[in-house]
Write a protein that binds this ligand. Structure first.
Ligand SMILES: [Mg+2]
Length: 361
């Protein structure tokens, strides 16, 4: 009986498809919809193919981004379907629930995101400045600034949620918090991990150096700040600066996306059981018996394509021509070639729906 069962399982082996969609340059361009994008996303939904939006944007909650995206694409986007650059830090909730975490990025929004993630004692650079009025000789702290919830406690981790806005003050505050001497002054910080690293953890959510705006030339973003910070830190403290990155192209983003996609498939399966409707993709939740294939769709070879290419053998990268990659004379990106190059999300969605497991080109 067991043999017959396994033969029948093999005969009904299905391909479970999962999709990671970038937003800017794929769904939206300069705030406007890419033609056909809504239909393409609907096509994935109609075929019960789980998809998530994975963007290197951040500085807001997933719920806010989902609401904003829902308005722009006229589709109901669930906050669980949105993965921002810093979303994987939700998994650090247990670690830093009661730790003083220094949050970098536009205030008060980034601090609100940190609190929403469960970092109850998150604080801002402005609060640190208020607690240490002499730390930045060029400027006095703002008189209206509140103190953090635990002014005497040392900072236990630094998290760059979004683009720094006040580089001088931020560089000083981060270099102070990450000083090797902190581990000597505060025995509670002298954990084996911190001692091995030489400083408390520094988390950075986006390594991109520049991004496209309405300005004629690309503008600096988080990665530019981190590059400058790393140099300054290493010159000043005479030891390497260790950075824990997330965001695309880092693996942590794809591992997180995979978990969310599988959860979505399980929810779909439960829902289709409840209403007795079946479709090829939802009849079989992702198990050992179904073969999974993941598609990463994006416009930026350096983040979207490199990330999907490095995420594992089950991943297929799809480069679209509606964003950063716009050189009509190039068949593919030279440095980070994609498995497939498509005109737009419309062609990409069709490719995914039609995909039957052939080897990539
Ligand atoms: Mg993009």
């Amino acid at each position: 009986v067991e043999a017959i069962f396994s033969i029948s399982m093999a005969a009904t082996r299905l391909l479970s498809k999962f999709v990671v969609l970038d937003i800017d340059g794929v769904i939206l361009k300069g705030g406007f919809l890419v033609p056909g994008a809504v239909g393409a996303v609907k096509q994935l939904a109609d075929h019960r193919i789980p998809y998530v939006f994975v963007t290197n944007g951040g500085g807001m909650t997933e719920a806010n981004k989902a609401a904003d995206l829902s308005k722009k694409i006229h589709l109901d986007v669930d906050p669980a379907q949105v993965i921002l650059s810093h979303t994987p830090w939700r998994d650090l909730k247990e670690t830093y629930a009661n730790s003083k975490v220094l949050v970098i990025g536009g205030q008060p929004r980034c601090l609100e995101v940190a609190h929403c993630y469960g970092f109850n004692k998150a604080c801002s650079v402005e609060q640190i400045h208020t607690e240490n009025p002499t730390m930045y000789p060029l400027r006095k702290p703002s008189p209206n600034q509140s103190q953090s919830s635990d002014p005497c406690a040392p900072v236990e981790a630094v998290m760059v949620f979004h683009d720094p806005v006040d580089w001088g003050l931020e560089m000083q505050a981060i270099c102070d918090a990450l000083a090797p001497s902190q581990l000597v002054q505060h025995p509670s910080l002298a954990t084996p991990e911190n001692r091995a690293r030489g400083h408390i953890p520094l988390y950075v959510s986006n390594a991109d150096i520049a991004y496209a705006t309405e300005h004629p030339y690309p503008r600096f973003t988080q990665g530019a700040f981190t590059t400058a910070l790393k140099h300054l830190y290493e010159v000043h403290h005479k030891q390497p600066l260790v950075i824990e990155y997330c965001g695309k192209p880092y693996d942590v983003q794809y591992k997180y996306a995979t978990q969310v996609l599988h959860q979505q498939a399980r929810n779909q399966h439960t829902r289709s059981d409840e209403c007795h409707t079946h479709s090829p993709q939802s009849e079989q939740p992702p198990t050992q018996s179904s073969e999974a294939v993941y598609f990463g769709v994006g416009d930026n070879p350096l983040s979207d394509i490199r990330g999907a290419n490095n995420a594992g053998p089950q991943w297929r990268s799809i480069l679209v021509r509606t964003g950063m990659f716009s050189d009509r004379s190039a068949a593919n990106d030279a440095t980070d070639p994609a498995h497939y190059v498509c005109e737009s999300i419309v062609e990409a969605a069709q490719l995914i729906v039609d995909y039957d497991g052939e080897q990539s080109s």
